[in-house]
Structures are given as structure tokens and as C-alpha cells.
Design a protein around this ligand. Structure first.
Ligand SMILES: O=C(O)C(=O)C[C@]1(C(=O)O)C=C[C@@H](O)C=C1
Length: 419
């Protein structure tokens, strides 16, 4: 087997935006949620008709399954894609029911309508990147024994869950050295998934190159922008005179070097990526700080029921039409109740990015408008959290609960070589 065949064998196809029409080999059930923007407890209350409602409707797209199945047939779909509801398309020829009852579509059962994971199968977890990416390791930490599904973009991982191709998505939101992964904050707002958990992964970076390549041959280092920034000082300290180039993910960088036989380029990626793509480790543990940790959130179509028997965290996002002046009031709603905040992030308000204030004598002032993301240490099952949010709602024009979920309390172990 040559190196390329090894790489191909090691890498299952990634989901891309063009794969959105992939149908799982069972009924596709689509849920559409409409959010009442006045809903402080969005996603946590399902009482129909009230102010605090999610309006939800579920439709079983049997006809869509059939039409997509025909499309797939035409394009010679791969195994598992051409199968619909457990029946391969070539089974669907006119036959007598008594002779071959399995030739007819199976009626839906309660099992088809159960929340994921369905049919007792493995939990399918979407992540951005290719095998060997840190996000894959985070998916394994969050859901041991899951089936990790590689996606080529963050957006695709969201869509994979929304379209029932995956049961969960695991996505990075912040790193102890590189800061926030802003793209995912923006996507959390644009999609209707719920945060159901978090994992913190110690990230141990290696410098990888083709076998026989020496550091002095290198002219370029490629990796995910977060990984490049997490190793910036070490790269300089190693005396490397190299261009830095950003690619979609760390393991993808390793795969690219191996596939294209690049002898002047190194990748920053995991030791697992070195093994998967047949690269040597030129330097080990090159992150600028040994306590380099990335925090990932787990996303699902449904929220979990918040509890009080273990430490919970709640993530919210809010905006106010009068700008940042209410921030103090909002934050004091938590301070007065002794609720600890663990994160505040502001992002441009896409719907109204600028507020213009006219002053007849002085001219016109333009202020930037923001969405604020806050994580606090309390469960939505606690009265103090509910009261805090009721107060926050008074000051805000938009408020959404992104999720209330168990905190990752695993003991602190600095990064090691295994990821
Ligand atoms: O590229 C990868 O391997 C990823 O999983 C992405 C990612 C990130 O987005 O921050 C995850 C963890 C590390 O911080 C570096 C990169």
C-alpha cells in the first residue's frame, strides 16, 4: 500500500456543504423552531400559547427521502447513502407483497421518533476537521465510543445536526492562549441548536514533516490559525525562518503535506495526526504554554433538563438597543445574587451594527452595537438564575438562553502527547 492509499484508508470522507443532501439510512425527520425574541427562557419551556414559548413543528419528510433517494441513485450514491429506511433502492421493484414483504417501506415506529441516538446505534458526533484534529479528540472525550463525523466547516457541523445526519456537534469556542473562536459564537446565534455540555481539552502541539526533512529545510509552516497563534513564540525560538500559512484544521495540514509530498513545509498538529498521515515529529510540545487548553461545547437539537445535583453552567446572549450603557445593570443582576460569571464576549450586532445619534449642535455620533455572550455558574433550575434572567430581560431588547449544562469538572492535567 502506498502512502496515499494509507491516507485515503485512514480518512473517511468529510461532510461538506455539498454533502448537505446526504440522507441517513432511515427516515429524515425535520424540526423547525421559531423563537419568540421576548423569551428569556428560550428552549427551556414548551408550554404552548404562552409568552415563553418555542413554537415547534415536526414534519416527516418521507416524500423528500424518496426524491433525494432518486437523486442519489442517479449519481451512483455510496453504500449507506443509497439505502433508504433500511432498503436498498434496487429492492423497490414491483413484487407481490406476500412473497417479499421487505420490499415495501417499513412503517414508522416509536423508535423512529425517539430523540437521538436512535435505534440503539452509536451516537454520531459532527466535528470540524479531518481525523487526527483536536476537535475529533474532544468529540471522543465528550462522548466516548461515539462515531465521529468529520465536516469541512463549522457551519456544516451545525447543519449535520439540524438535518439529523449527526446527533451532536462538538465545536471549539475558546482557547487559553488564542482566545475566542468568534466564528462559532456567530454561528450559535444563527442556528437553533442548544448547548448541552462542555469539555476542556489540553492541547499538545507537534511540528510535523515528511520523513528525512530537517528543520533547516523548512520555508513554511501551515496549520489552523489558532494553532499557529498558540505556537508563535516557540516557532521563533526554534530559529525557524518560515512563512506561516493558515489552513482549515491542524490534521488537514498534516494530510496536505503527506498528499502533496511537500519537503519544504511543516504542519502544527497532534501526534495522532503524525501517525495517521505518516509524518515524523520534528519538535514535540511546541505550544507557548504547557497549560494550553481549548474549551469545546456540545450541541444538540434539544436542550437538556437543567439540574441542581451537580455544578451547571448557563450560556446566554443578549443585546440592548441603547448600546453598552446597560451592561453594568445586566452584570449586576448576577453580582447581587452571587452568581459567578466565567466568560463575557462581545460580537458585532449583525442586524443593527451601528447606532447613529444626532446632536443638532455637535453633529452626528456613530456607536458600534454589540451582542453580548455571557456564561455564568448556575443552573436554570435554580431560582437565583431564573430571577437574574427575569431582571436581565428588563434591560435587554433581545435575550436567548443558549443552554444550561453540566460544567466540565475533570481534574486539571496539563497537555500530554496523546492528542
Ligand atoms: O484544527 C484542529 O485540529 C481543531 O480541532 C481546531 C482547533 C481550534 O479551532 O481552535 C481546536 C483546538 C486547537 O485549539 C486548535 C485548533
Amino acid at each position: 500500500m502506498d502512502l496515499n492509499s494509507i491516507i485515503r484508508a485512514a480518512s473517511p470522507p468529510r461532510l461538506g456543504l455539498t454533502h448537505n443532501r446526504v440522507i441517513p439510512s432511515r427516515h429524515v425527520i425535520q424540526c423547525v423552531y421559531r423563537f419568540d425574541s421576548s423569551n428569556a427562557l428560550g428552549g427551556l419551556n414548551f408550554t404552548p400559547g404562552g409568552r415563553y414559548d418555542w413554537q415547534s413543528s415536526c414534519a416527516i419528510l418521507a416524500s423528500k427521502v424518496v426524491s433525494q433517494q432518486q437523486d442519489t441513485e442517479k449519481s451512483g450514491g455510496a453504500d449507506g447513502i443509497s439505502a433508504v429506511n433500511g432498503h436498498h433502492t434496487h429492492d423497490l421493484v414491483p413484487v407481490k407483497a406476500a412473497e417479499t414483504p421487505s420490499a415495501f417501506p417499513k412503517p414508522l415506529s416509536i423508535a423512529d421518533l425517539l430523540p437521538a441516538p436512535m435505534h440503539g446505534s452509536q451516537l454520531r458526533v459532527a466535528y470540524q476537521g479531518v481525523p487526527g484534529a483536536y476537535s475529533e479528540a474532544a468529540a471522543g472525550k465528550a462522548y466516548p465510543n461515539c462515531e465521529a463525523i468529520p465536516c469541512d466547516q463549522f457551519e456544516v457541523a451545525f447543519q449535520a445536526v439540524e438535518l439529523w445526519i449527526a446527533d451532536r456537534a462538538v465545536l471549539p469556542v475558546e482557547n487559553s492562549l488564542g482566545g475566542s473562536i468568534h466564528r462559532n459564537y456567530d454561528l450559535l446565534l444563527r442556528h437553533r441548536l442548544h448547548i448541552v455540555g462542555e469539555v476542556q481539552l489540553p492541547v499538545h502541539h507537534c511540528l510535523l514533516a515528511l520523513s528525512g526533512v530537517r528543520m533547516e529545510y523548512l520555508t513554511r509552516v501551515i496549520s489552523h490559525p489558532q494553532a499557529l497563534s498558540q505556537c508563535e513564540h516557540t516557532i521563533t525560538k526554534l530559529g525557524l525562518n518560515v512563512a506561516r500559512e493558515a489552513v482549515d484544521d491542524t490534521a488537514g495540514a498534516a494530510e496536505y503535506i503527506a498528499t502533496n509530498n511537500l519537503r519544504d513545509t511543516a504542519a502544527i498538529a497532534s501526534a495522532k495526526a503524525a501517525k495517521l498521515y505518516g509524518l515524523q515529529i520534528l519538535a514535540d510540545g511546541i505550544q507557548d504554554d504547557c497549560s494550553n487548553v481549548t474549551r469545546f461545547v456540545m450541541l444538540a437539537r434539544e436542550p437538556i433538563i437543567p439540574r441542581t445535583d451537580r455544578p451547571f453552567k448557563t450560556s446566554i446572549v443578549f443585546a440592548h438597543e441603547k448600546g453598552t450603557s446597560v451592561l453594568f445593570k445586566v452584570l449586576s443582576a448576577f453580582a447581587f445574587r452571587n452568581i459567578n460569571l466565567t466568560k463575557i464576549e462581545s460580537r458585532p450586532h449583525r442586524n443593527s451594527p451601528i447606532r447613529v445619534v444626532e446632536d443638532g449642535n455637535e453633529g452626528t455620533a456613530k456607536h458600534f452595537e454589540y451582542m453580548f455572550y455571557v456564561d455564568f455558574e448556575a443552573s436554570m433550575a435554580e431560582l437565583r438564575a431564573q430571577n437574574a434572567l427575569a431582571e436581565v430581560q428588563e434591560f435587554t431588547s433581545f435575550l436567548r438562553v443558549l443552554g444550561s449544562y453540566p460544567m466540565d469538572m475533570t481534574p486539571w492535567i496539563p497537555s500530554r502527547e496523546e492528542n
